[in-house]
Write a protein that binds this ligand. Structure first.
Ligand code: PHE
Length: 357
């Protein structure tokens, strides 16, 4: 029989020579497997006398440990080498120019969404979110729209099938439920906008069953109508990239605000193009008002201490206005020719200092 030391150097050499995991496993089986060289020697221990067995047993166990360790180390380095090879192989040269036929562009809705976030972000607003599938309570009840309220009909709601208890989930008809969800989990001062998808069962040139809104909510102890007007005026100037825009606050009615106002901005039409901020035509762009005390209470805050404003604006609508896009339905048709015409460069991220559009 070969000397143990000789067996050791043979086995370690075999481990080091194993070129991949499979070869390494063969070495493992040949040494430590049931019929492996080390295991076979273990079997001879039984025939030895006690003194001899003790010494030989210890030596064999030490050898077994050494070989097992060597296998583990070799296995790690093989795995690392395989990973390195794979990474080198899967390397993508991101500096290669884009193939023209693959060039994508940013959808006007994404662009305008980002512009809105930039402008309000600069005014200290954070971005909040809520689920698209809402309970009746968040979409209506908490917003002071009771069961028999006419606003429910106006909203052309998509309802889910009733649950066992008779309640029905809805696709949110506006972003206003995010007001309630935000109040529930924050303490004033609150300054958020909530851009997102909304759904109403309605479809024509200016309505699609899914569309986008951005909600705004400001709540603290002192915010008043003047702040609302300033905020919206600054937004309009920044968004439409004009120095002046006239605004008209028209008394209106929303169950969740009191008083409520719809906001119009002035525009003119020159050579068939809409120009915001010049001329004396009026166009409605959003709904707003002071948050109704009942809504503040439904959000878990104290309406005797907390007050503020909210507004809701159609993202698709202001996108159409700013970029002169005539038909809303085209937004969601995924027509590449349309997207190439109206889309934005992916690398041209809108920022206030760098320019919005
Ligand atoms: N939720 C209203 C709508 O969808 C807009 C709105 C929001 C009005 C907040 C006032 C305050 O029409």
């Amino acid at each position: 029989m070969t000397e143990l030391s000789e067996l050791e150097s043979q086995l370690i050499a075999a481990v080091d020579a194993a070129g991949d995991e499979a070869a390494l496993d063969d070495v493992r089986v040949s040494a430590l497997g049931k019929k492996g060289t080390i295991s076979e020697r273990m079997k001879t221990l039984g025939k030895m006398d006690p003194e001899e067995r003790k010494a030989a047993g210890q030596a064999l166990n030490a050898l077994k440990d050494k070989v097992a360790d060597a296998i583990a180390i070799r296995s790690t380095s093989l795995k690392n080498a395989a990973l390195e090879a794979r990474l080198a192989n899967e390397f993508d040269d991101v500096t290669l120019p884009v193939r023209p036929e693959l060039k994508g562009s940013v959808h006007p809705v994404s662009q305008v969404w980002e512009e809105v976030v930039q402008i309000f972000g600069d005014m200290g607003f954070a971005v909040a979110e809520g689920p698209h599938i809402e309970t009746d309570w968040y979409n209506f009840g908490a917003l002071n729209i009771p069961e028999d309220h006419p606003a429910r009909q106006e909203h052309d709601t998509f309802y889910f099938n009733p649950k066992e208890d008779g309640s029905r989930m809805v696709l949110r008809t506006h972003t206003s439920p995010v007001q309630i969800r935000t109040m529930e989990k924050s303490t004033p001062p609150i300054r958020i906008i909530a851009p997102g998808r909304t759904y109403r069962c309605d479809s024509d040139q200016t309505h699609t069953p899914m569309f986008h809104q951005v909600e705004g909510l400001v709540l603290d102890e002192t915010t008043h109508l003047g702040h609302l007007k300033w905020c919206l005026e600054e937004f309009c100037k920044a968004f439409f990239e004009v120095d002046q825009v006239k605004m008209r606050f028209r008394a209106s009615h929303f169950p969740f605000t009191e008083p409520s106002m719809e906001v119009d901005i002035n525009y003119s039409v020159e050579n068939g193009q809409v120009k915001i901020g010049t001329g004396n035509k009026w166009m409605e762009i959003l709904g707003s008002g002071m948050v109704h005390p009942k809504v503040i209470a439904a959000g878990g805050l104290d309406p005797d201490k907390v007050q503020g404003f909210a507004f809701g604006m159609g993202i698709d609508r202001i996108a159409m206005l700013k970029y002169g896009i005539p038909d809303l339905r085209a937004f969601f048709e995924a027509d590449l020719r349309w997207l190439r015409h109206y889309g934005f460069s992916a690398l041209n991220v809108p920022t206030l200092p760098g320019g919005l559009s």
